[in-house]
Design a protein around this ligand. Structure first.
Ligand code: ZN
Ligand code: ZN
Ligand code: FE
Length: 741
């Protein structure tokens, strides 16, 4: 008899039924069970059959599973008579929890098949699809440890659940119209399909509907309806930040957007993220309202990923002209995490109706957002569908890394496994701290990681730092503070499994070890320590918080002559004089090397964006502008102060602003490569890691990587971990693990 232990993503992906089917195929008797951290098989049969069984286990595993390790031991035979799936037992060890999986094609066919007993059932799922992480209380993954425990299976569902030949064999969330959860419209007595039909009517009429999804509520409206979109903007106090659009199908996406094969593959993958794609048309001319993603050339798109989404688009009722594109934006008041329960939705979401259901969401997970750089995936927000898949890097012990202040995610790590949480949000709001606290508790229960060390950012005034200190004191654990940009580089190193690099972080804001603002840094580093070997030319950031939203303030600081700011109409005379007063008297000024702010300043000078209404707006618009120019520039200046002066002079001479936006990108990319090349000569390190929020800019990233490769250097970039602050929890954990080396 063989005792086989399989480690990896083997829970909640149909692994045990798969094993059972193979056992029948190869005449194997014995059993299979979930052990929390692994699947254990006792297999007995002829030597040939066992050999084929073992090979098939590893080559034909279910599509959403991932085998990381297989242990095989020989034991004496036992009197098994058949092959069985046995009840889960629990053992401690490395835990792999499956992310949530979008509805599969087979379930979609049944959903719209009038002869199927789950016809139009909003919660249809199977062994290969459905919610996972967001409905899970504890491991191992069994129905009583999920929020489906509230819905006992009917006889027909139980029959499928226990039948090895069924697609729903051992599928924990399995249910049907008779036994499953129910959709309803809050504050009315409409339930089920009537509730969905009513929500459809509201959407057709230009209304806003809050819809409960997998990881939280969305706010939805017709993406073709300018007034509806504007109402949504007003209610979310979100004047210009782009909204994501859920299209009914790929054909509808193609009508509006330019889609590469790689983008389409991700868009339609089991994780179903939001993918940033090129608009067919810059402004008007398509059916999508121009205020959905104003002033930029790209659109965040996604496809329906739950049966409820599909019913909202395609319920066979009498209504026609239902939009094939809906805004789907996270349902939350500004600055607060996504809403997951009914009371909160009723009180805090401004909308015309709330379409909810009674399957509890236990852990928040916003939609993931994926961009493409040089035709390769580049994660912007890693959440639903991806969290909590671990990444592997060397380490020892166990760590809780709290992450950054904005776009927060946290990381629980144990030895060489680093699990980043779903997206939490901006922790500057105290309500977010509570969500962070609860999410940490739930994830550490789920992954069974009790941290021995806590890591956080170095910033003395971050809420996350205060929270980390509180935890460290309460549990009497050591606290390790990790410099922000070093954490960025470490996350990039970890993702690429590299141990020593020249690290380049171009970023918005981060607290430097000298108390100034960093964000244009060159490091020599490994997981244990870093050295800041170069940075961009420092300037003064004057005006406190305003200086990170109002690029013209940075531009004034970079100019030698204030009259040029007047000539360019950067701000009113009073504002310009006020800013000059601060600078002249060194009031409210902090030295800064932030490349994010440099982008803001250039965007202001080029009249692309003087004041940002959301983080990164100026940079996104500057990139969009640069991409309209096809002029071939050769960079001449290699310090950022000279690059800025050059752009300013050319602007005053009346050169085209899009050409100059392009020149700025080209110059910055050239400067970066030259500095890295010098450092490589000095240190003999041949690998350069690019990280920080500014490298979300695909044009800058692409130009810089090209320049580095032409110089014979190896380039590491982010792919599945965001280059922005959503990725730094991993870097913090990596350093905390390797602190004593
Ligand atoms: Zn399915
Ligand atoms: Zn049922
Ligand atoms: Fe950052």
């Amino acid at each position: 008899m063989l005792n086989i232990k399989i480690f990896g993503i083997v829970q909640g992906v149909g692994f045990r039924p798969f094993v059972s089917r193979l056992a029948n195929e190869f005449n194997i008797v014995g059993n299979v069970s979930n052990r929390g951290s692994y699947v254990e098989i006792y297999a007995q049969g002829s030597d040939d059959d066992l050999k084929s069984f073992l090979a098939a286990l590893q080559s034909q595993n279910p599509p959403r599973s991932a085998i990381l390790k297989v242990d095989v031991n020989h034991l004496p035979d036992e009197p098994f008579i058949d092959f069985q799936i046995v009840e889960s037992t629990h053992e401690a060890g490395d835990i792999f929890v499956s992310p949530d999986i979008a509805i599969c094609d087979a379930c979609k066919r049944e959903l719209f098949d009038p002869n199927d007993r789950r016809y139009l059932h909003p919660f249809i799922n199977c062994t290969a699809c459905g919610p996972r992480l967001t409905i899970l209380k504890n491991m191992p993954y069994d129905r009583e440890r999920t929020s489906m425990n509230d819905f006992p299976m009917c006889d027909a569902c139980a029959e499928e659940y226990f039948n090895p030949n069924s697609r729903r064999y051992d599928a924990q969330p399995v249910c049907c119209n008779d036994c499953g959860p129910e959709v309803y419209l809050l504050g009315s007595n409409l339930r089920g399909l009537d509730a969905i039909a009513h929500a459809r009517q509201i959407l057709i009429d230009g209304g806003i509907v809050a819809i409960k999804g997998i990881g939280g509520f969305h706010l939805a409206c017709d993406a073709r309806n300018f007034n509806a979109v504007q109402r949504l903007r007003n209610s979310k106090t979100r004047p210009t930040k782009p909204f994501a659009v859920m299209f009914k199908d790929i054909a509808a996406v193609r009508r509006e957007c330019l889609l590469t094969d790689a983008q389409e593959a991700f868009l339609d993958s089991p994780a179903k993220p939001i993918v940033l794609v090129g608009k067919r048309d810059w402004g008007l001319g398509t059916s999508i309202a121009e205020n959905v993603a104003p002033q930029i050339n790209r659109l965040g798109v996604m496809l329906p990923y739950t049966p409820l989404h599909m019913l909202i688009f395609d319920l066979p009722d009498e209504l026609d002209d239902f939009p094939d594109a809906l805004i789907m934006t996270s349902g939350n008041p500004s600055g607060v995490p996504i809403t997951i329960d009914d009371d909160d939705a009723l009180t805090n979401l401004e909308c015309d109706a709330v379409l909810s259901h009674n399957r509890q969401i236990l852990l928040r997970a916003d939609d993931s957002v994926m961009d493409f750089v040089d035709n390769k995936p580049s994660m912007i927000r890693r959440s639903r569908g991806y969290a909590p898949l671990p990444i592997f890097y060397r380490g020892k012990g166990s760590v809780l890394a709290i992450g950054g202040e904005l776009k927060n995610t946290f990381c629980l790590a144990k030895n060489d496994l680093f699990y980043a949480s779903p997206y939490i949000g901006d922790v500057s709001d105290l309500r977010t701290v509570e969500v962070l606290r609860n999410s940490i508790r739930r994830m550490s229960d789920l992954l069974e990681i009790l941290p021995e060390v806590i890591a956080c950012d170095l910033h003395p005034r971050y809420q996350t730092t205060a929270f980390a200190m509180e935890l460290a004191t309460a549990y009497d654990l050591p606290l390790i503070k990790v410099q922000h940009h070093y954490a960025h580089v470490l996350s990039c190193m970890a993702e690429n499994n590299q141990h020593e690099v020249i690290g380049v972080t171009f970023d918005g804001t981060g607290y430097g070890t000298d108390g100034t603002i960093w964000g244009g840094e060159f490091f020599i580093c490994n997981a244990n320590h870093f050295e800041r070997v170069a940075s961009i030319t420092p300037f003064r950031q004057a005006g406190g918080d305003k200086s990170s939203r109002e690029g013209w303030r940075i531009a004034v600081a970079l100019m030698k002559d204030i009259s040029l700011a007047r000539e360019l109409n950067l701000a009113s005379d009073a504002e310009l004089s006020g800013q000059k007063f601060l600078l002249d008297n060194n009031l409210n000024c902090v030295p800064s090397t932030s490349v994010g702010r440099l982008f803001d300043a250039v965007a202001a000078v080029l009249d692309v964006c003087k004041v940002s209404s959301y983080e990164g707006e100026a940079a996104m618009r500057l990139q969009a502008c640069a991409e309209r120019s096809d002029k071939n520039f050769h960079a001449t200046f290699t310090t950022t102060d000279k690059i800025f002066d050059d752009i300013l002079t050319r602007r005053l001479n009346g050169e085209d602003t899009c050409d100059l936006a392009r020149l700025f990108h080209v110059s910055l990319a050239e400067m970066t490569a030259q500095v890295a090349e010098d450092l490589s000569h000095k240190t003999k390190i041949k690998t350069v890691a690019l990280s920080g929020g500014v490298f979300q800019n695909s044009l800058l990233s692409s130009l810089t990587a090209g320049n580095l490769r032409r110089r014979g250097l190896k380039v590491l970039r982010h792919s599945m971990i965001p280059p922005n602050d959503g990725g730094i929890c991993i870097g913090q954990a990596v350093h905390a693990m390797n602190f004593n080396d």
